[in-house]
Write a protein that binds this ligand. Structure first.
Ligand code: ZN
Length: 246
């Protein structure tokens, strides 16, 4: 445990150095003094982590039947560059990768991974979850969450792993660029709820789409992701007044 913590702290420091961002603002982790229970106290900017009432992730167990429209993902761009930033393995994207929700277009900026999953579906936690982070022109956020279960090797994930450096902050271009939509299952049935970023500053007002169908990745691939990121899942947050649309 102690060793893990030291690696996490060192990683954060390296990242801050590489990007020129302030050490203080980036100084949080998934365990110990800087762990999720303390995020709200680390920096005034992080106060929503403690005070928010629509926080993510959640255990989705209070459903309301809604006639959710078919999800239309029109990704025409590429996954471009991968980095382990000390918190997650993140892939930045390029081009017109768009989703329209509530009549509003959202553009994909990046996707990243959590081991194990952050959101739970009726109490079930998956070994890995990917978050596809989108932003609208007026600055609103939409996250599409995709669960992974153990099974066959995932070819899109392999293209990420092939060029991934374990050195914190070391960006690498993907030699095999691919359409980020290659990750998605054929059936795009989904749950929907209102939540937040699952990392500081825990900003609320985020539209969450959680795909009902997981995709597969091999045990070895998931183990490789976990070996680099360790446990990087925020515990589930209270549902409060929210319901999950299905
Ligand atoms: Zn995430």
């Amino acid at each position: 445990m102690k060793k893990l913590l030291m690696i996490a702290a060192f990683g954060t420091f390296m990242f801050a150095g590489v990007t020129g961002e302030g050490h203080h603002a980036d100084h949080w982790s998934y365990s110990g003094n800087m762990g999720p229970q303390h995020w709200g106290d680390i920096d005034p900017k992080f106060r929503m982590c403690a005070l928010g009432v629509n926080q993510s992730p959640i255990d989705m167990d209070r459903f309301v039947d809604a006639k959710l429209p078919k999800l239309k993902i029109t990704y025409a761009g590429i996954a471009k560059e991968v980095v382990y930033n000390g918190h997650t393995i993140k892939v930045t994207t390029l081009g017109k990768n768009e989703v329209v929700i509530d009549g509003k277009p959202f553009m994909l900026m990046q996707f990243h991974f959590h081991t194990p999953s952050e959101n739970k579906i009726a109490g079930k936690q998956f070994p890995m979850e990917a978050h596809f982070v989108h932003k609208s022109k007026d600055g609103e956020y939409l996250v599409i969450a995709l669960m992974f279960k153990e099974g066959r090797k995932n070819s899109a994930l392999q293209k990420v792993l092939n060029d991934l450096s374990t050195e914190v902050g070391k960006k690498r271009m993907l030699r095999e660029m691919f359409n980020p939509g290659d990750f998605f299952p054929r059936k795009l049935d989904y749950y929907r709820y209102d939540g937040s970023f699952t990392t500081p500053p825990c900003t609320e007002g985020v539209r969450w789409i959680v795909l009902k169908n997981p995709v597969e990745a091999s045990k070895e691939q998931i183990a490789m992701m976990h070996e680099i990121m360790h446990d990087n899942s925020r515990p589930v947050q209270p549902l409060k007044a929210r319901v999950i649309l299905k």
